[in-house]
Design a protein around this ligand. Structure first.
Ligand code: TYD
Ligand code: MG
Length: 455
């Protein structure tokens, strides 16, 4: 065995230090350094790179590109997030809360792909009987898929060399171990070394490698943030376990865009694709209620209609709460400050709760205007018209800024029967949109005037 060297790795940012210290001097987190003895795998990767060969420099134009077509997953929503399908020789990390449906998604995909490609599903978490039972219950074609219950990476690689699969699933990387690494499975050292060994093997054999990784409560990858540097694609399966919908979102992709969102529904038949998701997050009550408004957000290449809700209530505590579910907390705080300064609405002594209905996470700034309208509506206890949609970014000086794809958003809303819209002035279309009364605004004060007009 090659001689091993000890380094200390930050589990948060992945930086390496020669000595242990209480605080990571790179990212400033406390208590995140963990001992790692660098053994032969990492050493080999360091010397040769993941491709496993020492290479000299060459012109970019001389680099030979074997024409390897992407492998479709058989699910359009999954392909969309991957940027068109799986790339041979790439490593994809799929992450999500326990119970999000990672194993279900992968077993569905693997059973179908195994019909035309040699495929191996390695599980370290469930027994083979459990997997078989689930696949049978979901009525998947189970004849061709190879499965193995194994957590020792050396054994997995030996089987890999024997079977030569084109597709490999490791469920999950946190339970894998290498004998040559001292620490317990799930620790940063094991995860990093195991992933390095598996990714190197995938590159060498031009296999698609799908790694499953768990996340902590805060939404970070459990322990090994270090992994994110090694893999080619990082995909999160998100959604409340109690809600029906799951969203698949890429946060790193070396072969495509990362802003695409795939949407699935968890049913008793497993995960089903939702191919026309624009209105699935709309479940409005019959009665108009204060604090609720529909916004049109843009996810990847499609519009989504989502109901935003706010509850503003006088606080019994000295320090009122601001809680954002599905939105960014800091954004909410900023919008409330804008509302005070430029709208004259003081909510400093109020608890403010906002929620994106249906368990979706909205990261787009076009939700600003909707959030503010919902907050105002709840604060005044005046419902907004039910056929109203809105979108727009709100700036710090109270200006309403345009967002991309205004026309398409409005058209999608019109298709679902909405007849009024409040949008940034620059997003108001030149020609009319049938059945839709559109008001373009430039300032928050104009929005407030409009709302008073609804009373
Ligand atoms: P699973 O794929 O085991 O989650 P993960 O691997 O991400 O931890 O999914 C488990 C959840 O999915 C479980 O809470 C029940 C639900 N589920 C269904 O609702 N229908 C189904 O057909 C299956 C297989 C699972
Ligand atoms: Mg699982």
């Amino acid at each position: 065995m090659a001689k091993s060297k000890t380094v200390y790795v930050c589990t948060d940012c992945g930086s390496e230090h020669a000595k242990w210290q209480g605080q990571c001097s790179d990212c400033g987190e406390w208590n995140t350094l963990s001992r790692l003895s660098v053994d032969s795998t990492t050493a080999a990767v360091r010397k040769r790179g993941f491709a496993g060969e020492i290479q000299s420099a060459q012109r970019l134009s001389d680099v030979s590109m074997e024409d390897t077509p992407r492998l479709s997953t058989g699910m359009k929503e999954f392909d969309r997030v991957l940027g068109g399908g799986l790339v041979p020789g790439s490593a994809v990390l799929i992450s999500g809360n326990p119970g999000a449906g990672k194993s279900t998604l992968l077993i569905q995909m693997m059973c179908r792909l195994a019909e035309s490609n040699p495929a191996l599903y390695v599980t370290g978490e469930e027994s083979l009987a459990q997997i078989a039972m689930r696949a049978r219950r979901l009525q998947l074609p189970i004849e061709q898929l190879n499965v193995m219950s194994q957590t020792n990476v050396d054994n997995i690689i030996a089987t890999w060399d024997d079977m030569k699969p084109r597709l490999m699933v490791i469920d999950s990387i946190q339970v894998m171990y290498l004998d040559s690494v001292e620490s317990a499975p799930g620790g940063v050292a094991q995860v990093r070394e195991c992933a390095a060994a598996l990714i190197q093997q995938a590159k060498k054999t031009n296999t698609v490698l799908l790694l499953v990784g768990h996340v902590t409560k805060e939404g970070n990858l459990a322990g090994p943030r270090v992994l994110e540097h090694m893999i080619d694609c990082f995909i999160m399966l998100e959604g409340d376990n109690d809600s029906r919908y799951r969203t698949l979102r890429g946060s790193k992709n070396r072969f495509g865009a990362v802003n695409e969102l795939g949407i699935f529904a968890m049913t008793d038949k497993g995960l089903l694709e939702v191919s026309n998701p624009s209105a699935i997050f709309l479940s409005r009550s019959e009665e108009p209620s204060p604090g609720s408004v529909v916004m049109v957000v843009w996810e990847g290449t499609r519009p989504l209609l989502v109901e935003a809700q706010a509850l503003v209530d006088s606080s019994a505590l000295g320090n009122p709460r601001r809680v954002a579910v599905g939105f960014e907390q800091n954004r909410l705080a900023m919008l409330l400050a804008v509302l005070h300064r430029h709208g004259g609405l003081q909510v400093g002594d109020q608890d403010v709760f906002v929620n994106a209905v249906g368990g979706i996470r909205v990261a787009e700034t076009s939700s600003d205007l909707a959030l503010l309208l919902a907050v105002i509506s709840s604060f005044r206890n005046k419902p907004l018209p039910q056929d109203l949609v809105c979108f727009g970014e709100v700036g710090l000086s109270g200006e309403i800024r345009p967002v991309p794809n205004g026309q398409e958003r409005l058209r999608e809303a019109a298709k679902h029967g909405f007849t009024q819209a409040i949008v940034p002035k620059a997003n108001a279309p030149k020609g009319p949109i049938e059945g839709m009364r559109i008001t373009g605004i430039q300032k928050l004060s104009e929005a407030l005037d409009l709302l008073s007009g609804f009373d």
